[in-house]
Every structure is written in C-alpha cells, then in structure tokens.
Design a protein around this ligand. Structure first.
Ligand code: FAD
Length: 413
C-alpha cells in the first residue's frame, strides 16, 4: 500500500505527488482517463501570478447581466443550467463586492508570490525548464478607457505588489509586429509567463513520479470506506477497492461528487472554457497575449497557436458548443489578419470553480487522513506547483508556507 493515494492526475495531483515524493512518501495516483487530459490539457497556459482579482469584481459586475444573455459573450449561462447553478451564481456575484474582492486578492497574494519559484524548482527537478517561456505576457486593449474602467483591479494588484507597465500601441507593435487591428495600448505583465506545452508538462511530471517509484492506476474513484474518522479505502466504479493510508482529493471539477461522499457540500461548479489550436498559424508571437477587449488569450505553444478563453456555465460534462470556440478564432483574426487556422483542433474543458475564486486546500473536516486540493478555477496551472507543496506540507505536518485559513473547506458552512 502506498503512503498516499491521490485521486486525479491533473496538474494539482501530479505536483502533489512530486512534492510528497520529495519528502520520502510513496504515492499512487488514481486517474480515470488519461493523465493530464482534464482542464490541465486545454488551458491557455498562462503562469499569471497577478491574477488575484476574481472574475466577478467592481467595474466588471455591471457587464455580467448583458453577457449572460449573449451566447457568444465572454460569460454565458445555458438556460438549462441556470436553475441548477443559480445559488452558485448568486454567490459568485456576491464575491464581486469591493470588500470581498480585497479579501480574496489579499488571501491569494501569499500563494501567488511563491508560484514562480515553486515552478522553477519543479521544472529543474524534471529537467525541463524550457516548458516555461519566461517572456512576459502582454495584455492588450482597443481603448485606454477599458483599462481605466477596471482601475479598481489594477490599483489593487499594484498595492499587493503585482506590477505592470503601460505601453502605447506603437510599443505593442514593436514587441509583437504581427499584431494589427484596433489596439491602441497594452500592459507588460511583470513576472507573468507561459507554459509552452501543458500536456508535455503533465506527462513529464507523470514520468518523473513513476521514475521515483510512484504508480498510476487507471480507475474511477466513486466512494470511500471509512472507520473512526479515517478513510480506509477508495472504492472504484469497476468494483475494485484500493486500501489507503492517506488520500489527496485532486479530481478538479469532479471533486464535488467525491467530497459529498466525505460529508461535505462544497459549491464547486464546472465553468467550461474552449480553445482552438492552429498547428501552422503563419503568424509569429513571441509571448502570450491576453486581448482584454476581445476576451481571449493567444498563446504560442510548441504545438501551434492556441486561442482560448470564455466562460460557460452549462452544468457538469455538457455537450460542447463549439460555436464558442469558433467565435474565438474569428475574433483573433481581427488582430492577426494573416492567421491561418487550417487543420486546427477545438477543445472544451471544465474549470473547477468555487464562487469566491479561491481553491480549497486543507484537511477534510471529518477525516484527518484526507487532504483536499481542488477548485483552482482559472488559476490552476499557475497554482499547481505551489498547491503541491502545500499539500505535502499538510500531510508531513510541516508548518504550511502560507496561512491556509482562507482556503479551508469549512468556509461555506
Ligand atoms: C479554457 C481554459 C483556460 C485556462 N487558462 C488557464 C491559464 O492560462 N492559467 C491558469 O493558471 N489556469 C488556467 N485554466 C485553469 C486550469 O486549467 C485549471 O484550474 C487546472 O488545470 C485544474 O487542474 P486540476 O488538476 O485541479 O484538474 P484537472 O486538470 O481537470 O485534473 C483532474 C483529473 O482528475 C481526473 N478525475 C476526475 N474525477 C475522477 C475520479 N472520480 N477518479 C479518478 N480520476 C478522476 C480527471 O480525469 C482529470 O484528469 C484554464 C482553464 C480553462 C478551461
């Protein structure tokens, strides 16, 4: 029996496995599909330490009702999901009040201050530093007024030590000559970088976990056997049972079902996102670009140019509406007119989203041998290595590197 059984082979589960192995624990990962093929596969690949301000926030809140009615807008709720996720949505909107946003941003800051160093160490350990491109991201606007309207967030980020440099449209074009269209200004995001291939990253992590003696088991965790406040085994869909000493629940957007089996009701929604990836885009970008006015991200990856983003509340495991992905590609052409999407692939995946935009990192209240690590929303790639460290610190009874009170699972009871 391994010392620790991890449910979920996404970025969070894999980073937790590595950090536990660093401390001498033996690990096994239960994955129901392929390693790294959940949200950790199709994201935009940004390492975005300054992304401490939640999606719902002053300045953006007033746009939300309009977006909700536009199936091609940046945030859409499918009519069928509205009733099911209404309570979640109201909590999400409430988290956008200025005082709550300040609390969320300051709580995330100590985590975000660690992400660059934690990934440097992790990539060094797997001997793949090139999987992170350290050219700073750009954020682009059609109009300076759009930046000014979100002043609250920019000031808050600066107060918390996440800096950016404002640049003109011509400076944008000096940095990225391929950019055309209506852009008049941009920001260089200090210390924001991008992963060049998220799947290669999770696969390299899995290879290293195995090389160090870890096991990856194919199976779908469904429930648990427990006695006297301890989980004793994980029960699988196929009837199998894996005896366990310690469990880490890191099943991304699907962790809600399993946490219910542990007696918790955590408000975890699936927020779908999409990407289109052009294998031969015929445009060259040096860095990842968040086009704020278009609501999408362009990331130059080793496998092509990825155009990703949008939030859709459609319930768990919905049928993809690839029109949302096509809209991203159409909008990208407005600033990259020579973009060629021939042979492109489209993807939909689920962000594991807690209404306050903060992950759950902590011990399960009723089972002290279960550690929860999910709900990383739109910042799970960024927080992967740091979450892994925190999970390992909790299990090893070390003092966590940051105060985990804001991330405790009991915060909703
Ligand atoms: C369009 C989009 C763009 C994004 N862009 C960014 C970005 O630029 N930067 C950033 O930081 N974050 C980004 N994110 C968010 C980020 O991708 C996620 O927060 C992160 O990948 C979550 O990692 P995870 O390991 O928790 O979940 P996942 O990667 O989803 O992994 C969970 C794993 O658990 C497995 N699993 C589920 N249930 C079970 C079960 N019962 N038994 C066994 N296995 C199970 C799944 O198969 C899956 O492999 C984006 C997300 C989307 C959708």
């Amino acid at each position: 029996m391994a010392d620790v059984t991890i449910i979920g082979g996404g970025i969070v589960g894999l980073c937790s496995a590595m950090a536990l192995q660093d401390r001498g624990y033996t690990v096994e990962i239960i994955e129901r599909g392929e390693i790294g093929r959940g949200a950790s596969f199709g994201n935009c690949g940004l390492l975005a330490p300054g992304e401490v301000v939640p999606v719902s926030r002053p300045g953006v809140m007033k746009n939300i009702p309009r977006w909700l009615l536009d199936p091609e807008g940046p945030l859409f709720v499918r009519p069928g999901a509205l009733a099911r996720d209404l309570t979640w949505l109201l909590r999400f909107l409430r988290a956008g009040r200025a005082d709550r946003v300040r609390h969320i941003a300051s709580s995330l800051t100590p985590l975000m201050k660690r992400v660059n160093a934690d990934y440097d160490a992790l990539l060094e350990a797997i001997r793949r530093p090139g999987l992170l491109s350290q050219v700073e991201n750009l954020m682009l606007f059609n109009d300076r007024a759009e930046y000014e309207r979100d002043r609250f967030s920019w000031n808050l980020r600066s107060e918390l030590g996440f800096d950016h440099t404002f640049i003109s449209g011509s400076q944008v074009r000096e940095l990225e000559p391929a950019i055309e269209g209506p852009i008049t200004c941009g920001l260089i995001m200090k210390d924001w970088y991008h992963f060049t291939d998220p799947l290669a990253l999770t696969q390299a992590l899995a290879d290293e976990v195995i090389r160090r003696g870890g096991r990856i088991l194919l199976g779908e965790a469904r429930s648990f056997d427990s006695e006297r406040g301890q989980v004793r085994s994980v029960k699988l869909l196929n009837g199998g049972r894996i005896d366990t000493k310690q469990v880490v629940l890191a099943a991304g957007a699907w962790s809600g079902l399993l946490s219910r089996q542990l007696g918790m009701r955590i408000p975890l929604a699936h927020l779908s996102g999409y990407h289109v990836q052009a294998p031969h885009p015929h445009v060259h970008l040096e860095r990842a670009i968040y086009y704020a006015s278009g609501g999408f991200v362009l990331t130059p990856m080793a496998t092509g140019l990825r155009i990703g983003g949008t939030i859709e509340i459609a319930g768990p495991d919905p049928k993809p509406n690839f029109r949302r992905a096509d809209v991203l590609a159409e909008r990208a052409k407005a600033i990259l007119p020579t973009l060629d999407i021939t042979g492109s692939t489209r993807w939909m995946g689920a962000r594991p989203f807690i209404p306050d935009t903060m992950p759950i990192i902590g011990k399960a209240p009723a089972f002290d041998n279960v550690t929860l690590a999910f709900g990383h929303g739109q910042i799970g790639m960024t927080l992967g290595a740091t979450t892994g460290q925190l999970v390992a610190q909790l299990i090893a009874h070390e003092n966590p590197a940051v105060d985990l009170t804001p991330f405790r699972p009991q915060r909703f009871t």
